[in-house]
Design a protein around this ligand. Structure first.
Ligand code: GLU
Length: 280
């Protein structure tokens, strides 16, 4: 992985025309850029740091499918990998990070929902996941969402997954709240919860890490359209993001990234190019 965190000061600016931009870029705390030729500017992208295969902190640099997608999209927006500033995003802070300008983009297993669209804009989707359930490898009673009735289910705050089961499907699971999915996995490991249910991409990464301990029940349901979260109102950037996503699929890069993330696991990821939703 070539991506690394850099400080803006000291960035080498190659293009002559970008020198002027660079002078301005050294002062401010926030970035902008992205109108092609990022110059000396940087782009700040929120990704998960605790989800193997998607966004996982490895020695200070995040790696995984979302990180590869983010690096590709940033490249199409004019930012070299060394102009990307990575920030850890959790499910619960994705909207506030975008609203407060903490990040310029969120690419963090972030499903496009009508509720979230009130607060932020979405490019994409760049991938369509489904929901599934992770249980202890020796658990034979939970085979699908209906079997979660009366069971303790871990819910990561800010995530829709547990509500999809209790509110949308009306299944009477008892929710145990955690800060993120790696905490849910710890609670599953020590028996505090009976199951973790979220996107199959996320569960596949954890299952692959500890195949003797956990298994995905493989009863996929629903549709989780992964969007590129953007601050509200920048239609131009949203359209540029959508063009980048289309190109990433057309060129075969998307499948290559999925294969890098999950090719060695049992997870049969989707190779279907998602339909773009269009920017408002
Ligand atoms: N994709 C789902 C969501 O955005 C679950 C995973 C997550 O929270 O990151 O709610």
């Amino acid at each position: 992985m070539r991506v690394r965190r850099i400080s803006r000061i000291g960035t080498t600016v190659a293009a002559g025309a970008a020198l002027l931009l660079a002078a301005g870029a050294c002062g401010g705390a926030e970035m902008g850029g992205g109108d092609g030729g990022g110059g000396g500017e940087t782009i700040t992208i929120g990704v998960k740091y605790d989800q193997p295969g998607l966004g996982l902190d490895e020695g200070g640099n995040p790696v995984g499918f979302d990180v590869d997608v983010a690096t590709y999209i940033a490249g199409e927006l004019g930012f070299e990998p060394d102009q990307i500033e990575w920030t850890e995003a959790a499910s619960a802070n994705r909207e506030t990070f975008l609203q407060q300008g903490t990040v310029d983009m969120v690419i963090a297993t972030y499903s496009i929902t009508d509720e979230r669209k009130e607060l932020v804009d979405f490019g994409g989707p760049y991938y369509v996941a489904q929901q599934d359930i992770l249980v202890a490898a020796d658990n034979d009673d939970i085979k699908g969402p209906e079997d979660l009735d009366g069971k303790v289910l871990c819910s990561a705050s800010g995530s829709r997954s547990a509500n999809n089961i209790t509110e949308d499907m009306g299944i009477g699971a008892e929710l145990r709240e955690a800060g993120n999915y790696s905490e849910c996995i710890e609670l599953l490991s020590n028996g505090t919860v009976d199951a973790v249910s979220t996107d199959n991409t996320i569960l596949a990464g954890f299952a692959a890490q500890s195949p003797d301990e956990f298994k995905m029940v493989n009863a996929p349901f629903g549709e989780e359209k992964y969007g590129v979260g953007l601050p509200k109102g920048d239609t131009e950037r949203c359209e540029a993001v959508n063009e980048a996503i289309t190109k990433m699929w057309d060129e075969g890069q998307a499948v290559e990234y999925l294969d890098t993330a999950f090719g060695e696991t049992d997870f049969a990821f989707s190779e279907e190019q998602p339909e773009p939703e269009g920017c408002a």
